[in-house]
Design a protein around this ligand. Structure first.
Ligand SMILES: Cc1cc2nc3c(=O)[nH]c(=O)nc-3n(C[C@H](O)[C@H](O)[C@H](O)COP(=O)(O)OP(=O)(O)OC[C@H]3O[C@@H](n4cnc5c(N)ncnc54)[C@H](O)[C@@H]3O)c2cc1C
Length: 407
């Protein structure tokens, strides 16, 4: 089926996941016509077998999701994170973040990805000027001239002044625009599952640093918690293949007994862990956002939060340019996006990388240094408050959507 798709779109978005869907809602909600193309069938993305993860959503990105009408679909299924307790193995030193140190607002909320995906798709349906083409796959990119053109697998073409890649870690658009990628593997795997426990978690998230890497216990609804268990890549397959009882035993000694009896509900999932970033996040009439631009270790639960911060900055830059009558795909407009995001994204990549290296080993002198570090942060109120604000996404020059304001 060759031919042209309707070509009145202002923006094409490749990838309609959390980041692409939210960006489409933001841009179309501000009056731009957007076409979101995803290679997966949306109904397959709602299948319980699609994604077993849950995400910690920080305060500022949650304001963006609310402003875009997404949060309202998921609010009742979200669990507030009121405290975070960080412990280094069996060391007596720990770090305790308490939301009341900063005010009333929780430090973040936990949401199961399947619910969040449903919320994004539901919101996308309600925004006029937002067109969702899925399943569909772009196979060629033409950046010549004053519009960028995508050719789809079925031969149809579509063009617009700007195309944005929100197509995740393996971004097709990033490769098609020949943007180099820097990447390294941690030789670690994130084992993810959900557990039900006897006692209430009281909305507290725990991070235990074990020799293989961090073990996070993140509060969900109904006396359940989401586990993100970082394990060495060479050990993970054997753990994942254990019979149910033996897997529960391995999990239980890492988890501890403070929430009573545990039961694993649902399947086990695994995600190879790596750090990667595009060497530039813009090109001729092309921009990247979310995991397509940078992806990191889940140690601080910041990947999606960072992607939503990309959404807020890019949407603001593009909408401001349109209001001034500028070409929204022009280099100067995209440069503003790139320079706005550079510091935040590089800082978070460096932070998650450093934390993972510092805490994923059992070398005695390193253990001493990090325990002194934990104790120091615990007792330095201004530093602790700054770190809490940063994790909540409140630091720096915030775009309007992250402040909960209209675009
Ligand atoms: C174990 C684990 C736990 C995590 N926990 C957290 C957390 O607590 N908090 C947090 O903030 N982050 C967390 N993250 C990170 C977070 O999951 C990602 O940052 C987030 O999913 C990125 O969203 P995205 O929309 O950019 O990419 P994706 O979620 O990968 O979505 C990409 C979309 O693009 C589509 N697509 C891909 N290729 C193409 C193509 N060629 N053409 C068309 N469409 C395409 C896909 O179908 C998909 O819909 C975690 C990650 C891991 C691995």
């Amino acid at each position: 089926m060759a031919g042209n798709l309707e070509n009145r779109h202002d923006v094409l978005i490749v990838g309609g996941g959390f980041v692409g869907g939210a960006l489409g809602c933001a841009l179309a909600g501000a009056g731009l016509s957007c076409l979101v193309i995803d290679h997966d069938d949306p109904s397959a993305q709602l299948d319980a077998g699609f994604d077993g993860r849950s995400s910690a959503i920080a305060a500022a990105p949650r304001r963006l999701l609310r402003r875009l009408g997404i949060w309202q679909h998921v609010e009742e299924k979200a669990t507030p994170i009121e405290d975070i307790r960080v412990a280094d193995g069996s060391s007596p030193f720990f770090l305790h973040y308490d939301h009341t140190d900063l005010g009333e607002e929780p430090l973040g909320h936990m949401v199961e990805n399947r619910h969040l995906r449903q919320a994004v798709l539901a919101s996308m349906k309600t925004v006029p000027r937002l067109h969702h083409l899925a399943p569909a796959e772009a196979v060629a990119l033409d950046q010549e001239g004053s519009r960028v053109r995508l050719t789809l697998k079925d031969g149809r073409t579509v063009e617009a002044p700007l195309v944005i890649g929100c197509d995740g870690r393996g971004s097709w658009l990033r490769s098609a625009a020949e943007i180099p990628l820097t990447k390294w593997s941690y030789e670690q795997v994130g084992i993810v599952c959900t557990v039900r426990h006897e006692r209430s978690h009281d909305n507290v998230a725990h991070e235990h640093f074990l020799p293989s890497g961090p073990f996070a216990i993140l509060p969900l609804t109904d006396n359940r918690s989401s586990i993100v268990w970082t394990e060495k890549a060479n050990l993970a397959p054997a753990l994942l293949a254990l019979p149910d009882n033996a897997f529960l035993e391995e999990l239980s000694w890492r988890f501890g007994d403070f929430l009573g009896k545990l039961e694993v509900t649902g399947p086990r999932w695994s995600y190879p862990l790596s750090l990667q970033f595009a060497q530039r996040i813009t090109d001729r009439r092309v921009a990247l956002a979310g995991d397509a631009a940078q992806a990191m270790h889940p140690i601080a639960g910041q990947g999606l939060n960072l992607g939503l911060r990309d959404v807020a900055a890019l949407a603001e830059v593009v909408v401001d340019a349109r209001r001034l009558g500028l070409d929204i795909g022009a280099g100067k407009v995209l440069d503003r996006y790139a320079s706005w995001r550079r510091f935040d994204s590089h800082l978070m990549l460096a932070l998650t990388d450093g934390l993972n290296r510092l805490f994923s080993n059992d070398v005695a002198p390193v253990r001493v240094v990090r325990d002194v570090g934990l104790a120091a942060v615990e007792h330095m109120a201004p530093l602790k408050a700054y770190l809490m604000r940063h994790a909540m996404g409140e630091a720096g020059n915030l775009p309007r959507l992250l402040k909960g304001e209209a675009l």
